[in-house]
Ligand binder design. Sequence first.
Ligand code: 4AD
Length: 496
Amino acid sequence: MCGQRVQIFGFVHRCRQQRKDLIVVLRDGTGFLQCVLSGVLCQTSEALTLTTESSVCIYGTVCFFLFNLFTRVGRDRLNVSFIFSYGGSFFFFLFSFFTRRREYRSHPPLLFTLNQVNKPPKRKTAPGGVELVADFWTLIHGAPPGGIDNVLNAEANSDVNLDNRHLCIRGENCSEILRIRAAVTRAIREHFYSRKYVEVCPPTLVQTQVEGSSTFFSIDFFGEQAYLTQSSQLYLETCISSLGDCYCIAQSYRAEKSRTSRHLAENSHVEAECPFITFEELMNKIEDLVSDVVERVLSDPEVSKLILQRWKTSKKKFPSFKRPFLRMTYADAIEWLRKNNVNNKEGKPFNFGEFIPQGSGRQMLDTIGQPILLNRFPAGTKASRCEDEDMNTSRCEDEEGKKKNLTESVNFLLPGIGKVVGGSMRIWKEKEILEAFKITNVDPKHYYWYVDQRKYGGCPHGGFGLELERFVCWLANQDHIRDVCLYPRFIGRCAP
Ligand code: 4AD
């Protein structure tokens, strides 16, 4: 590529005057490239008023960064601008002209994306990289004076940043996170594909509840009462008889009033459902998904570089994902909290049946310091994973097959984040599900299709839901879940 004359399009990411040159760092979504505009090129009114985020088209010759640096330093010192500013590129141009004459005859120069020119994509042009010595350029669209710094600068608080999320995502940090998120989503799809799951696309406008009526978003659906879905679980359950193992990546909605660093009103939910499995197999599947996805993501050198760099700068240790993950029952967790003097809200030791709040759970998790599959929550108590868990979660059985007061439920917890996956085995017999509806005050009217699943060839089955933003938040070592959303939705924020 060095010595080749190319045409590139991009947005001005940064620009600065350096002595008599204009140094422009271009961005086009594929990468970044430093371009040097010298002589008359940087003396036009468009060059003198060029601002960040303007879009441009530049023609020029690709040169080694070090070589140009040398010629520019030399030029500045000796003040013979023309010869030295083009010295490096001219040398390469001549060299390439004779070695690649055929390419040069093709006119106009070939159009390249920035990562094709600057391989591998670099965050900043560094010694050893390449830069473009421009010989012609045009302004496609000029951004206002001051560029993006008018809006997003050191004084911008979190509300200003959120109001201008559409501009924030152009930044290096935000766009890196979006890339990591895309890599995670791709790895999840690859995982499920490799395990022969079928992807489906359930509706998000529904008339049924899954995870408790207190977090419903109600809507008027042409005069009928409807809701934004909290989970696609019930719909996935209807697919297992025809498709076997299946999954979806869909939006879920919770009218969550808490403004925490872990809660959203709209989140991307990765859910799966599998027929003919046991509770142990369900936990194996969660473990397989998480560890395989981490492995797949880290096997991409570019993405792994982005992720590991984030962990390195924060000086946190990237956790080990050795299988099997630690499996801890709810009863063991209560025991652990008592032994380690972690008390409940009243400052008293925890008792079996009590809900383990986020703070105490995090304390336990961060002390243990490894991923945990916390399982078998007690039924019919506040300790259940959610208020309507008893609506469809099956009970554990003892050796004689008698139902215990524990549910076949599991939460997958990650240190530093907390719960990332919730899953359970489902009540699969018609009579039992109707009884459970009665106990939990669920009107079966809107659930006839769900009950039919248990009428026409029911089978033991289970599934889980992984909250994508929490998972990406953990992997990208971000503090706040909002930072990993394209446009986060939470109480008080529904725009842009
Ligand atoms: O544990 P949850 O409620 O499980 C379900 O929704 C099941 N029906 C899934 C299934 O079995 N198919 O939620 C799944 C994940 C958990 O990690 C939970 O913490 C997270 O979603 N979650 C939220 N994440 C961000 N913001 C919110 N408001 C969330 N509510 C739940």
